[in-house]
Design a protein around this ligand. Sequence first.
Ligand code: A2P
Length: 269
Amino acid sequence: MTEQSAIAPKPTPTLPDAQTVTSVTHYTDSLFAFRCTRPRSLRFRSGEFVMIGLLGDNGKPLLRAYSIASPSWDEELEFYSIKVPDGPLTSRLQHIQPGDELILRPKPVGTLVLDALLPGKRLWMLATGTGIAPFASLLRDPETWEKYEQVIVMHTCREAAELTYGRELIDALPDDPLIGELVGDKLLYYPTTTRENSTYMGRVTDNLSSGKVFTDLGIPPLDPKMDRAMVCGSLAFNLDVKKILEDAGLTEGANSAPAEYVVEKAFVD
Ligand code: A2P
């Protein structure tokens, strides 16, 4: 018997579409990120989402839509989630540990993809809360940086600690061996808080409407000829941002009909 064959075989997954959790990071009492194995057959476009979850008490899968936060080239998958104390899924999902299994339906879909936008010069990523997740994927995709001259990330949370996941990711981009050089000085990051003092304050909507973000960053206002936008937050946020973009002359695009902006609702338990 060889040494290798003496090693106990890996237990067969008991869940349908089972993947194994490889790491978990808790950011605040209400936010955490986790990584898991990626099915070999899973191909997706950065910015898309899949259904993931756990087996419910009734023995049936309890699934929710989650944006994939890792880029399409990554050999693992990453997700960023809120923890809702009474949430059917996240009240349990928040306790997952490396080695645990979760269910992942390998059918990625979504509109926050580069293909759904017409060519442009500046790409705006507009997010609240966990709406930063699809952008965590797109920001680590070389195609984003090859297609745009400037990428502007506006991310708003109530408190500064809630910005940590996005901030750490963005801080790491220049040193990323794959895209660091592509990023160069193309990235403008505008994190704001609404209920705690920080360098920049206020809602994405207010900072766009008042023009404060353009003044603070020293850039021209929205122009449908060169600006493209991706929006991901709560329903109310998405609707309010849509109005601002439409008023500025941008029209909504889709996979089948690319245009100037695209919208997706962030996962809420
Ligand atoms: P605010 O604190 O002023 O409500 P939530 O935790 O409620 O999902 O909110 C996340 C962030 O999104 C908060 O900073 C919140 O600001 C902001 N926000 C909520 N609704 C909207 C909206 N309709 N337009 C712009 N920003 C919003």
